[in-house]
Design a protein around this ligand. Sequence first.
Ligand code: PLP
Length: 367
Amino acid sequence: MTLITPYYLINERKLLKNLKKIKYVRDVSGAKSVLALKCFSTWSVFDIMKKYMDGTTSSSLYETRLGREKFGKEVHAYSVAFSKEDIKEINKYADKIIFNSISQLKMFHKDVGNMEIGLRINPGISYSHFDLADPARKYSRLGTTSKKSVREAAHIISGAMFHFNCENKDFKNFSSTLDLIGRNYGDILKNLDWVSLGGGLYFTKEDYPLDSFCKKLKQFSDKFQLQVYLEPGETSITQSAELVTKVLDIVHNEIDIAIVDASIEAHMLDLLIYRTNAKIEAAGNGKHKYIVAGRSCLAGDVFGTYSFSSRLKVGSIIRISDAAGYTMVKKNWFNGLPMPSIVVKRLNGNLDIVKCFSYKDFKNSLS
Ligand SMILES: Cc1ncc(COP(=O)(O)O)c(C=O)c1O
């Protein structure tokens, strides 16, 4: 089968490595994991994911609905701000609803039907390398900061969510922060049934002390008699996909620049937002240095600078790794560029082209 670049290639075997660790954490610590759909919503691989995870969590009505329709199991609904109409619809899909603020909780708690109610708490501490993604940044609107208000609302809620990490692979940091949350919110936690510790914990990374992590989670859940949830996004799918691109042109401006048939702005937007370089495993310390750049008109549409062991030429294939999280959910039609198709390499080695996009999709996304 000839695959036409660009395409995202999800490898189920690599995905499985993460999923097995997630299930291990569940088995040993009792902490359930719900997939954060904001990071990854490619439902063609949900059949495998749902064997190892407990459900989904969402950031909007549409994600909540997708979670119910395509993943099943437990469906958690969260939003920075729900509308009245959202609540009506979400009632059909979710088991738990988590409000972001005391005002939303007060506004809507009588309309939530059978859903269990949670409240997001901003503990005022966080771990993030990026101010942009720091949930406890100054003036953060993410979660309530007033302990007094949480106490006053305690009779309405059965759970709480603390999302306070972003790309945290430092177990010691997590452990001491969890202790602090226990100390600061213990009286509230004792009266709840469940707590979500959010996402941003890189516990599927190589060398992460998984057993210490499990022990910590179990201690926390035993101490406060709570069901603990984790909301892994990136952690679930890290290193399981590539964006496969092809060199279309090589130009020279003091340095060789290889222009590929994809774009960071359109297809790997977080690289642009966080100003980080793409990972290209094939590039190392070779003699042939190139800037690899995207084909959009944005001057800064650059994947990074790499040293390849052999010369690139028009037609060379460049595989950008770690391309599953916050890519397919954020891709856009900027410049009318062809949108990468989505290909899944199944456990048995078969390649399934699960989605192709065409000019019609571009046209229909506008009017
Ligand atoms: C509330 C919440 N849960 C879970 C996640 C997933 O985080 P990650 O993809 O870093 O694991 C996020 C990410 O922003 C989040 O805001």
